[in-house]
Design a protein around this ligand. Structure first.
Ligand SMILES: [Ca+2]
Length: 350
């Protein structure tokens, strides 16, 4: 076995360590730009051009995206191409390092937005059945566990967590949140219930059986939707970002940016892991989307408009929010904030 068969580490480009001698920095590159910077999709070629004050070209150029090396080339002209095959969609930071006669070098940074190369499939729905939902529930989180439906609600002074026996539609366990927090998404993992709050940067972990609070955790963003994949908690914050979090210490392990072929999908709200995809409500709309948890590329665009019949709406109604999937029974249930009904639906491809 040769030395070269040792596993290769992913090399991160880091800023220079103060213990290593500084490389002489040059200032020859006056411009570096992307010349096709409109609607670039993952897998497309990015065309770059640079201008220098020197008559010769640099010995080499190395490109890194978000700290990960991507490309090394020996330029023979002031333009070059970069294929973006394995990169996820989203806003990325590019660092280009130009190497002149050793050890002279200089770096230039710029940003690029890559849209998804997938056009989402369009879906509509049919209602399998509907039943009463608490029209005072400002639904923020919805999840099945062992056939029970758990709901987390929002509003200051009114936020709750409760457990519904779906055979009787009765609340069998409930908890009021402190009056100064606005409850958000919930998810159940390892017999614990996790519940986010909107702008308090605090989340709660409860014992699933008795709703006893076990501990609190903190996070730097707003809290919106929450789900899990059996290993990680997965959180939205109202932007296009989805954060994967270690459930023990609630540290971010990675993130994706949710994009379709036209750009970012912001306002991602309640979440649900279904199969190998994450489903999400889009805040303020009747749309639900599904996206690939590895890449953030949107795969399904689901139009849920028309679910509520106006004659069912006796009080105030807010937006569609709340997705729960009962995997053993293959039941997909949705509702909305202050909606009078739950709906079990089936998705229909258009
Ligand atoms: Ca959910």
């Amino acid at each position: 076995m040769s030395c070269s068969s040792a596993p290769q580490k992913t090399e991160k480009v880091t800023t220079q360590n103060s213990n290593t001698p500084a490389q002489p920095e040059s200032n020859y590159v006056t411009d570096l730009r992307i010349t096709n910077n409109q609607g670039i999709k993952t897998g497309d070629v990015i065309q770059l051009a640079f201008i220098t004050t020197k008559a010769s070209f640099p010995d080499s150029i190395k490109l890194a995206m978000d700290g990960i090396p991507q490309l090394t080339l020996k330029p023979t002209q002031n333009t070059f191409d970069w294929e973006t095959k394995k990169v996820n969609p989203g806003l990325h930071n590019i660092l280009a390092t130009f190497y002149w006669e050793y050890p002279v070098q200089e770096s230039k940074s710029l940003q690029v937005v890559l849209n998804s190369d997938i056009i989402p499939e369009k879906y509509t729905y049919k209602v399998i059945k509907s039943w009463t939902h608490n029209s005072k529930a400002y639904t923020q989180g919805l999840e099945f566990s062992n056939g029970f439906l758990y709901e987390g609600t929002g509003q200051y002074g009114e936020s709750m967590l409760y457990k519904i026996d779906v055979t009787t539609n009765e609340i069998v366990q409930s908890l009021n949140l402190p009056g100064d927090v606005f409850g958000e998404g919930i998810s159940i993992f390892n017999d614990k219930i996790y519940q986010l709050t909107w702008r308090s940067n605090v989340g709660y972990v409860y014992d699933k059986d008795d709703f006893k609070k076990l501990f609190e955790f903190n996070y730097p963003t707003e809290g919106w939707g929450l789900t899990n994949n059996g290993k990680e908690l997965i959180m939205s914050d109202g932007s296009e970002n989805i954060y994967f979090l270690d459930p023990e210490f609630f540290q971010e392990t990675r993130r994706i940016q949710v994009y379709d072929s036209n750009g970012p999908q912001k306002s991602l709200n309640e979440l649900e892991w279904i199969g190998n995809e994450i489903f999400a409500n889009v805040y303020g709309s009747d749309r639900m989307i599904a996206f690939d948890p590895k890449t953030g590329k949107i795969t399904k665009d689901i139009d849920l408009s028309g679910l509520l019949n106006p004659k069912d709406c006796k009080g105030p109604i807010d937006v569609l929010n709340g997705i729960a999937y009962n995997a053993p029974a293959q039941q997909l249930v949705v509702t909305g904030k202050w909606w009078p009904k739950f709906f079990q639906i089936a998705l229909i491809k258009r």
